[in-house]
Write a new protein. Sequence first.
Lengths: 351, 351
Amino acid sequence: MSTPILGYAAQSAQDNLEPYRFERREPRADDVVIDILFCGVCHSDLHQARNDWANSVYPVVPGHEIIGRVISVGSSVTRFKAGDQVGVGCMVDSCQHCEPCHHGLEQYCVEFPTFTYNGTDRHDHAPTYGGYSEKIIVSDKFVLKVPDGLDLAGAAPLLCAGITTYSPLRHWKVGKGSKVAVVGLGGLGHMALKLAKALGAEVTLFTRSADKEQDARRLGADNIVISTDDAQMAAVNSRFDLIIDTVPYVHDINPYMPTLNISGTLVLVGYLGPLDPFLNSAPLVLGRKSVAGSLIGGIAETQEMLDFCGEHGITSDIEVIKIQEINEAYERMLKSDVKYRFVIDMASLKA
Amino acid sequence: MSTPILGYAAQSAQDNLEPYRFERREPRADDVVIDILFCGVCHSDLHQARNDWANSVYPVVPGHEIIGRVISVGSSVTRFKAGDQVGVGCMVDSCQHCEPCHHGLEQYCVEFPTFTYNGTDRHDHAPTYGGYSEKIIVSDKFVLKVPDGLDLAGAAPLLCAGITTYSPLRHWKVGKGSKVAVVGLGGLGHMALKLAKALGAEVTLFTRSADKEQDARRLGADNIVISTDDAQMAAVNSRFDLIIDTVPYVHDINPYMPTLNISGTLVLVGYLGPLDPFLNSAPLVLGRKSVAGSLIGGIAETQEMLDFCGEHGITSDIEVIKIQEINEAYERMLKSDVKYRFVIDMASLKA
């Protein structure tokens, strides 16, 4: 028997998000039925609601930073039981048989993962609807355990902003003695500061505005470099092993390349598109440097990140909103007017 | 007492190379005096002779793929003695105290290495003159041992083309089971095929011309992919762990990015300049892929490469010329009319 659900959806690229009633599938044997408590508001939600990537299928129910409580589980589910605090991130399924899936890299599934919203279920071919809703039903393989002691609202953004920055920090082996820089101080950037610091790195924030210094230091930055100040940039020449670039729009990455140490890597996590102006290969060749990209993280790594955050008491800095405030929140996000993530208290849906 | 030397030099960007008499320094305690037997002709020689990089200081005596025999050694030299077969590559000195130098990465010396020609000696500030000459005098730290049994003329290009391709193969851990592709079949490309194959990789050549197939297979390629053939490109989607891109001029690297496996790297070794057209970051982010660069190799790694070539009987495919034919050879290089490297028999200088 399918489950009637109340959520918020965009019915077209031009529409505000409004209440929307839909049905979720009858739970399968491997499904976990989750009562959604909090849902983070990611920039992707806005892009998808407004069809910025030209791939939206309406109605769009956004939300992939989901924290909830298990209501019930299917007959084959052993890892979860009613009452557990759980998370769901950007993916709810993948092919499970390709090489990346076998290596725990479901985000790079050769057949593409099933995204939490604006996706298509691999079994019944129904559209997927995200976390701006009462409940979600997800295969147990894609449900994460949320460690005790973490603030549940603050934990929601870990499911996307957290893992998106944690995964490259781990892949490029950041630890004690590493020198990491972060470009951009938003939802992703503020998590990158916290996580890099907790991993033991010396952490620097590149920013264009000096007024971010106090906040950056509170979040874990040891140093702040004003990226438009030539003298400050020259002072960090050849300094960093890894630069996490969280900027979500086209921007010039050339000025950051000289600040990488020999064999260092700048990893893009926020921007998909042409690197305009032209990336100059000379600093790459003359210093064995790399420009790379990284996409969220696999399920096992997401669990590892949540456990790491549990141990270190790391959550996102958030502003809790009611679902009725979502359209206003989107407008404020467009002006970067949020420190540093909106999280919807889903209890408001019942109000 | 300084040593009078006959060499070949360009006196300006417009001049052909012509005989030129100059002096080399009085040998210092750590110097090795080398009678030059063979010198490979690298594309850089042509660029520098013609001031293509706008940094040439005339006269330019090119040549940094040098094979010779030791004539004498300074008082503090213990690793070499008269009669030894030795090599000199692109560098003759470096600061020896920066972090890269301490890690055997003299090519990335923070104060820049002293290049074998068109450089400036760190001690007497005299210009450096390269291997298109009778003799060269080099600090023992920058002199390589040439294993017995290697054809000396064929070994000369190992000092630049060999190490330039060997270093990234080693840095990115190519070995048995690796899948490597090479873009471009010239001096660098043909060495990349041989070395990747000898390291145990499955090797593919990307080329625009089907007529290179037979030669590529002889040199070590398991597969040939015509890069302008969409079906052939699609057939190697997500295949390669490492792509060595040896193309020495501006070119579009975007078509190669889908052929990298998850976490794969395309490394540029031949081109310094803007990546035009724009590199698209989407394949980087969606597959954790990297675009990197690499420059020659350190001295210890160059020795490792020569020893590896000695064990595997690897030399360059060459066409031996007389020094008097150098200007004609440059014209043929511009038309890629060489398989795969010109090497000057320096005995011709005495003719």
